[in-house]
Design a protein around this ligand. Structure first.
Ligand code: IPM
Ligand code: MN
Length: 360
């Protein structure tokens, strides 16, 4: 196992630079403790790259991403770029990055430890102990389907899936279920959409052929939205298409109290990509109030995926200890710490765990 990890950092826009800086500080500390060297290389991306290079995903950034061991991304977009033509918007850069990498599997875990359940907008007793993961198809479906067209009198998009695209994401979900609670819920709209009928057929077929040890059920997406809110603990792995996964993962984030705590990994491509589920939060930008937990936990997923479980565990435990000690940012409590003060607390937890280990 290589003891050197080359990470490309794409801070992006809005709170992206603040939360990735926080994650980098913590990641460096956790890596050092595990005897792992991390080399960071920062590149312009999204709106910041439109400003500096005229496009959201410049070649220089693209080449660095392809050559790296992993990518940590902050967030993109904001009102300053809202007027730009669709092909040059910051979001286009993100879609193009995912497609360039071929990162087709987006993993969005949602965990609600009992200690934090009171922060949820839903009744504590309904959400405590929630532990689910959304496996979202990321490089197909209506986000990329052709033809697409926009004119003043008519516009359309195409929701298209091939059997191969469905099979490869279904494999990811079934394998994830084997490592977790052994259950997959496949979410579609097969009562209306042809692409969903193929989705359901392929998932059912694959299940029979290779994964009969995993429990599988199917839900229509409208019903799934209701069930996730009503009884989130009934879910283990939620397998779904690009657009449905986008919506359901934001919905599921309300379970955890704040969008600011949810990480994600996009894997299956040339370089794995890690990013918070949240956006660039223009209203919070530059105020040192953003919650860096989603970025920190994304760094934990990065280490784990790269084969370094030790710093991953260190990050998760330190974030957990800081939260349990009552330290949190303003999105989680009325008396919140600033971003940098919260990072100090989490880093202190790493130091504490180190000195405790040393004392024994
Ligand atoms: C996400 C975001 C993106 C998406 C946008 C910014 C293109 O909402 O990662 O969930 O829709 O995939
Ligand atoms: Mn989204």
């Amino acid at each position: 196992m290589s003891k050197l990890l080359r990470i490309v950092l794409l801070p992006g826009d809005g709170i992206g630079p603040e939360v990735t800086e926080a994650a980098r500080r913590l990641a460096d500390l956790a890596a050092e403790k595990a005897g792992l060297s991390v080399v960071w290389e920062s590149h312009p991306f999204g709106g910041a790259a439109i400003d500096s290079a005229g496009e959201p995903f410049p070649d220089e950034t693209r080449n660095a991403c392809v050559a790296a061991d992993a990518i940590l991304l902050g967030a993109i977009g904001g009102p300053s770029w809202d007027g730009i033509e669709p092909e040059r918007r910051p979001e286009k850069g993100l879609l193009s990055l995912r497609q360039t990498l071929g990162a087709f599997a987006n993993l969005r875990p949602v965990q609600v430890p009992a200690s934090l359940a009171h922060l949820s907008v839903l009744p504590q007793e309904n959400v405590a102990g929630t532990d689910l993961i959304v496996v979202r198809e990321l490089t197909g479906g209506i986000y990329f389907g052709e033809p697409r067209h926009y004119a003043a009198d008519e516009a359309y998009d195409t929701m298209r899936y091939t059997a191969d695209e469905i099979d490869r994401i279904a494999h990811v979900a079934f394998r994830a279920a084997r490592q977790r609670g052994g259950r997959v819920t496949s979410v579609d709209k097969a009562n209306v959409l042809a692409s969903s009928r193929l989705w359901r057929d392929r998932v059912t077929r694959l299940h029979r052929a290779e994964y009969e040890d995993v429990a599988l059920d199917h839900l229509y997406v409208d019903n799934a939205a209701m069930q996730i809110v009503r009884d989130p603990r009934a879910f283990d792995v939620i397998l779904t298409a690009n657009l449905f996964g986008d919506i359901l993962s934001d919905l599921a984030s309300t379970l955890a109290g704040s969008l600011g705590v949810l990480p994600s990994a996009s894997v299956g491509g040339i370089t794995p990509l890690f990013e918070p589920v949240h956006g660039s939060a223009p209203d919070l930008t530059g105020r040192n109030v953003a919650n860096p937990i989603a970025a920190m936990l994304s760094a934990a997923m990065l280490f784990e995926t790269a084969g370094h479980p030790e710093p991953a565990t260190c990050i998760r435990q330190s974030v957990d200890s800081a939260l349990c000690a009552g330290y949190m940012t303003g999105d989680l409590t009325p008396v919140g710490l600033s971003t940098t003060a919260f990072v100090d607390k989490v880093c202190q937890e790493v130091e504490n765990s180190t000195s405790q280990t040393a004392a024994y």
